[in-house]
Design a protein around this ligand. Structure first.
Ligand SMILES: *Cc1c(COP(=O)(O)O)cnc(C)c1O
Length: 345
């Protein structure tokens, strides 16, 4: 199958499975699973944080961060389109009693400074206590403009707010931002400057079967361990999964550039089809707008040819390590064939 639905569909590679089989294991709730500890320390060290916490999902890792930063009746400023706000079941409000203060994202995905500033409440009993600014990078596949991020983090600091980055696809942002002047390691550190915490998914483009890591100070992670336990995320021989994450960090980061290149080729092929409106690529994502009444037939046509998409009026096509150059050509050709057989009138 050529699965363009998401980068979460990746299967562990044979080498990753071998690393999992060989992992030394303990009981992570007792804090003695050596592979989990190694994953947490490796990623924290790499990205310049004191400590890390391995969580089963990115949703839980983000919620651990929000609940470690904010208490009941506190408020966090977040993008209207942000995953933590829009796609995590309202967990911050439901489970954390944290009031979200959503702010409209600009078309580039960033939060306009004046909107952040206007959302910060004065210390007054009428208002919830504004505690935290949460950003997301990449967002909808887009890398946030670094200048805007820097200014937003500085503004948050000036007002005494903490900062969290939902970096589910942080390494896509880092790899896409690497030029001749800076190494990947330098870019990684630069993109995280000023953030008190960051959550990174291992189960998306990095290709691990499950898991996210939250990074922050020792004090913040101590709080987050408590929240994770409460949320049911204390796992036992989770070194099995952490081993996949360690393998991914070593072998699957730089190769994200291939996914970005494949998204570029896919966008180019789709742009050659009359009547389709193509947006992107944004790192490993391409978006296609088409008349909704054609979606069901296109989806079925592609499925017969072994190509999977999630039908949506704004189709999101995602490249990942399960797709090679030939798969992208085949997908482009299948889209073209469908619209040749059934052209826009
Ligand atoms: C996938 C994702 C998450 C976490 O999702 P899980 O499925 O819970 O691992 C968080 N933020 C963003 C931006 C994501 O894309």
């Amino acid at each position: 199958m050529i699965d363009l639905r998401s980068d979460t569909v990746t299967q562990p590679t044979p080498a990753m499975r071998a690393a999992m089989m060989e992992a030394a294991l303990g009981d992570d709730v007792f804090g003695d699973d050596p592979t989990v500890l190694a994953l947490q320390e490796t990623l924290a060290g790499r990205l310049g944080y004191e400590a890390g916490l391995f969580c089963p999902t990115g949703t839980q890792s983000n919620l651990c961060a929000l609940m470690a930063h904010c208490g009941r009746g506190d408020e966090y400023i977040v993008g209207q389109e942000a995953h933590t706000y829009k796609y995590e079941g309202g967990g911050a409000a439901v489970l954390g009693s944290i009031q979200p203060q959503p702010v409209e994202n600009a078309p580039d995905g960033s939060l306009p400074l004046e909107k952040i500033a206007a959302a910060i409440k004065p210390d007054d009993p009428h208002f919830a206590r504004t505690r935290l600014l949460a950003l997301e990078n990449t967002i909808g596949g887009k890398v946030l403009p670094p200048g805007v991020v820097r200014d937003a983090v500085a503004l948050a600091r000036k007002h005494g707010l903490a900062t969290h980055l939902d970096g589910a696809r942080f390494f896509n942002a880092a790899v896409a931002s690497t030029g001749v002047a800076e190494s990947l390691a330098q870019v990684e550190r630069r993109l995280l400057e000023g953030f008190d915490s960051v959550s990174i998914c291992l189960s998306k483009g990095l290709g691990a079967p499950a898991g996210s890591v939250l990074l922050g100070s020792v004090g913040l992670i101590r709080q987050a361990v408590r929240v994770r336990k409460m949320l049911g995320g204390g796992m036992r021989q989770s070194g099995l999964l952490a081993a996949a994450g360690l393998h991914a960090l070593e072998h699957h980061v730089a190769r994200l550039a291939e996914d970005h290149e494949r998204a570029r080729v896919l966008a180019e092929r789709l742009r050659g089809i009359p009547g389709l409106s193509v947006e992107g690529p944004h790192t490993n994502m391409v978006f296609v707008r088409m008349p909704p009444e054609r979606l069901a037939a296109l989806t079925a046509f592609l499925k017969e040819r072994g190509i999977l998409i999630f039908p949506s009026a704004r189709l999101r096509l995602v490249t990942h390590l399960g797709l090679g150059a030939a798969d992208i050509e085949a997908a482009g050709e299948a889209f073209a064939a469908y619209f040749r057989e059934d052209p826009f009138s």
